[in-house]
Design a protein. Structure first.
Length: 409
């Protein structure tokens, strides 16, 4: 009953009716019927008599008929505003890091990112999706997503354009309200270079009880002589396409609160023919997410294997890292009712033993909290410390704290 009312109201509020008077009449009828349904519901709870039950059923049928009438006046697609969808997220960071050597200290405020997105439904099956990203208060402006998606069936879809690589936890889903910590974890920055988008095509199949399978063909990396994966992202800007790459992912979400996924990517030439001694590369990434009531756990491992004389001589043929992050989102309602289910605490430990450069090889611990005053708004604070594996980089070791605020809708 209540979903029917909500659906009817949503259609009336978001669709363009032929005239303002028709819209007002329909809204008045909806309000009248809703009031009657609420009154009958209360009566039914008190009396449980057959006559009230029959009358309530009649009212539900009238609401369904009214919904059909609204749809017939506006079109099945919901009208212009029913086709257009807007989204956005952003985050502001403050970092205060005290390094072993003064030159590597950090004390700054940064409007790290602001993303504006919109999508358009051509039909129920065909849509356009886009996101434009402004980083560091507009210092960088990039198109993060811009693709056309077609739903072949209820369980299959295909898309073409600029999209996010299906690898890791944060690359597909990285709004600040969805993860702990002011800064994103470093494994999914250095090894899986989040945010990582490519131009190409991707097919997804959902099958069984909670399984999904992605397979895509897209632009490859264009790494330089430093062999850094993150620097090799082409971001679909006149991207060299002499040698493409392919990514496949298998994900399982059939058990409540559990997500398991593994991705494999093959780079036929991650240097796009520009680097002698860099032949091909493989990425293998796997992660697990588990949420049981207030307890959460995330764990991820990622590894690159590159072949070629030059990359092996530089010691960058293997680049890998992992992290584990337990969390607890709970607060006793008897102590501070206002914080119930709004405060989350976490601890993260990550290790990157092998990277393209020694300054990216370190261990890091981090602990802090997220506070959600609203599900779409988050305030964050954390303390973290870093220790580099290579002694020559120990001047970069630090301990410090971060503060942040973010939103997503």
């Amino acid at each position: 009953m209540r979903p029917i009312i909500a659906a009817t109201l949503a259609v009336c509020l978001t669709s363009g009716l032929p005239t303002a008077r028709a819209e007002a009449d329909l809204e008045a009828r909806i309000r009248q019927l809703e009031a009657q349904v609420q009154a009958l519901t209360r009566a039914l709870e008190e009396a449980r008599d057959p006559q009230t039950t029959r009358r309530l059923k009649q009212m539900e049928d009238q609401l369904e008929a009214l919904t059909e009438e609204v749809e017939s006046n506006t079109g099945a697609d919901g009208g212009y505003w029913g086709r257009l969808h807007f989204s956005s997220y952003g985050e502001l960071h403050y970092n205060n890091l005290d390094a072993e050597e003064v030159g590597f200290d950090k004390d700054e405020i940064d409007l790290h990112r602001l993303i504006l997105g919109f999508s358009w439904d051509f039909t129920d099956r065909l849509r356009f999706v886009s996101e434009i990203e402004f980083e560091h208060a507009g210092e960088e402006v990039e198109v993060e997503q811009a693709y056309i998606q077609y739903d072949i069936t209820e369980n299959q879809d295909v898309l073409g354009g600029v999209y996010l690589v299906p690898a890791g936890i944060l690359n597909p889903t990285h709004e600040p309200t969805t993860f702990y910590g002011v800064e994103r974890n470093d494994v999914e920055s250095i090894i899986i270079p989040t945010t990582w988008w490519v131009a190409g095509a991707n097919y997804q199949l959902r099958f069984g009880e909670g399984f999904s399978w992605d397979i895509g063909l897209h632009e490859g990396l264009a790494m330089g002589e430093d062999f850094r994966v993150r620097s090799g992202r082409q971001k679909s800007i006149e991207a060299l396409a002499r040698n493409l790459a392919g990514t496949t992912r298998l994900k399982y979400t059939g058990f409540p609160g559990l997500e398991l996924a593994a991705s494999i990517q093959y780079q036929s030439d991650p240097g796009q023919g520009e680097i002698d001694g860099l032949d091909d590369g493989w990425l293998v990434a796997a992660h697990a997410i588990y949420q049981y009531k207030s307890f959460g756990l995330r764990a991820l491992y990622g590894r690159w294997n590159f072949s070629g004389r030059a990359v092996e001589a530089a010691g960058a043929d293997v680049q890998q890292g992992w992290y584990v992050e337990p969390s607890l989102r709970w607060w006793s309602a008897d102590v501070l009712p206002a914080l119930k289910d709004r405060l989350g605490i976490y601890f993260r430990y990550e290790d990157i033993p092998d990277a393209a450069r020694s300054r990216d090889e370190f261990r890091q611990w981090e602990t802090g909290f997220n506070f959600w005053p609203h599900p779409d708004v988050v305030v964050k604070a954390d303390v973290r410390g870093r220790t580099h594996h290579n002694r020559t980089d120990r001047g970069r070791d630090f301990i410090g704290f971060d503060l942040g605020i973010g939103y997503a809708f």
